[in-house]
Ligand binder design. Sequence first.
Ligand code: AMP
Ligand code: ZN
Length: 114
Amino acid sequence: MGDCIFCKIIKGDIPSKKIYEDEFVYAFYDINPEAPTHFLVIPKEHIESVNMLNEKNINVISHIFKTIKKLAKELGISEKGYRIVNNCGEDGGQTVNHMHFHVLGGRNLKWPPG
Ligand code: AMP
Ligand code: ZN
């Protein structure tokens, strides 16, 4: 998608603090961290939101979660725990329309969210 900032990050047209990438996913630190560790994991394919998942692209979800598990361990937040957040659509608070999973850790997180 031409005007999608996360597609531009994947292409390298916008700089990011990359943590990991492979054929299917890209992980990078959130520019506005809400916790000591806050990164995003996104599919390389432009999928707008969870609402756009289908039989053809759904496998990327398991790959994203495998990646989250691996990176959480590598970044040292596995043991104490962390939160995975996906904001979907307007009421969900989604501001970038390229599906992404937030991973937040390194502090005790409050519940419920606002
Ligand atoms: P959401 O509100 O769930 O759509 O989350 C979008 C997230 O993307 C926010 O936490 C932003 O801080 C983050 N974000 C926006 N632009 C960038 C960027 N250029 N690099 C890293 N993170 C970004
Ligand atoms: Zn995109």
